[in-house]
Design a protein around this ligand. Structure first.
Ligand SMILES: NC(=O)c1ccc[n+]([C@@H]2O[C@H](COP(=O)([O-])OP(=O)(O)OC[C@H]3O[C@@H](n4cnc5c(N)ncnc54)[C@H](OP(=O)(O)O)[C@@H]3O)[C@@H](O)[C@H]2O)c1
Length: 266
């Protein structure tokens, strides 16, 4: 019996497997992939155990479904005969747009399903993961799951109908923030900074600002005001950002991702 089995260790499944191994011995973390050599390489690099999908379905308590949404039906349907024989497993889906009901249907009925929506910073223990569980998940299993996955960062329970909205802020957010970091660094380079210094200043400033917002609980507007001295330089930068539609561009990005996400909802 293993604790975790990751079916798919790409960007997201891989990030969570790396977090899982902080709390669970590597022999209790099984990983599989479409191309077995990918799982073997991952296992070697991260001290976990390569396996096949069927072995994971037989052995793992928490079966982490880390395949792309379009492959989910096939992968879970193939495992249905094995899952049917088990009473102690919990399916954990991280797929965008796929409901717990849909996953349970693929197993042929009332299967325990936890739905999570993680993000890539989970790989460094700073993830923001939204989650919900169906009625078949026993509270002690949910508690164990959250405890063992705590190395991924923060987990927040959210009603399932809001997970898609939450996922475009938390799940897509790293891409939006990376664009911002790159653009800030480009600005620094335009002003004469070497590229590596410009990027590291932008990254540290983003991380520090996020920590400041988190620790003080201040509204972002208040923190922005605190940096803008009257007649100073920062307010001129803020003026340029507002003139270029920075805030509405970010809102549009979130809404565009949400609209796209709705196309996948099952
Ligand atoms: N990326 C994100 O930021 C993010 C955020 C939140 C949620 N998610 C969700 O996470 C899931 C995975 O996305 P991703 O970005 O990590 O995708 P990805 O990098 O393409 O990884 C997909 C993984 O699935 C494996 N796979 C495909 N078919 C398989 C099969 N039949 N059996 C076993 N493994 C199989 C692939 O194996 P090979 O390497 O051998 O091809 C690969 O390891 C998606 O459902 C997505 O919605 C992603």
């Amino acid at each position: 019996m293993a604790i975790f089995g990751f079916i798919g260790v790409g960007n997201m499944g891989g990030a969570l497997a790396k977090a899982a191994v902080k709390n669970v011995p590597g022999k209790e973390v099984l990983v599989s992939s479409l191309h077995p050599e990918h799982a073997k390489k991952f296992a070697l690099e991260h001290g976990v155990t390569a396996a096949g999908n069927a072995e994971i379905a037989k052995e793992a308590k928490f079966i982490m479904l880390g395949v792309k949404p379009q492959f989910m039906d096939q992968v879970v349907s193939d495992l249905q005969p094995i899952l049917k024989e088990r009473t102690d497993a919990v399916l954990v889906s991280m797929a965008a747009g796929i409901s717990m009901e849909h996953i349970a249907d693929l197993t042929g009925g009332n299967y325990p399903v936890i739905r999570i929506m993680p993000n890539t910073p989970s790989s460094v223990g700073r993830g923001m993961t939204l989650y919900e569980a169906n009625d078949q998940v026993r509270p002690q299993d949910l508690e164990q799951f959250l405890h063992l996955m705590s190395g991924a960062g923060v987990f927040d329970r959210l009603p399932e109908h809001l997970i898609d909205a939450g996922s475009v802020v938390a799940g897509c957010g790293p891409a939006f923030l990376c664009l911002m970091a790159e653009a800030m660094a480009d600005g620094g380079v335009a002003c004469g900074l070497p590229r590596d210094k410009a990027l590291s200043y932008a990254v540290e400033t983003m991380a520090g600002t996020a920590e400041l917002l988190r620790q003080t609980g201040l509204h972002p507007g208040a923190l922005k005001d605190a940096v803008c001295s009257p007649g100073g330089t920062t307010i001129q930068g803020v003026r340029a950002l507002k003139k270029s539609g920075f805030e509405s561009a970010m809102m549009e990005a979130v809404i565009a991702a949400y609209e796209k996400n709705k196309e996948f909802i099952m």
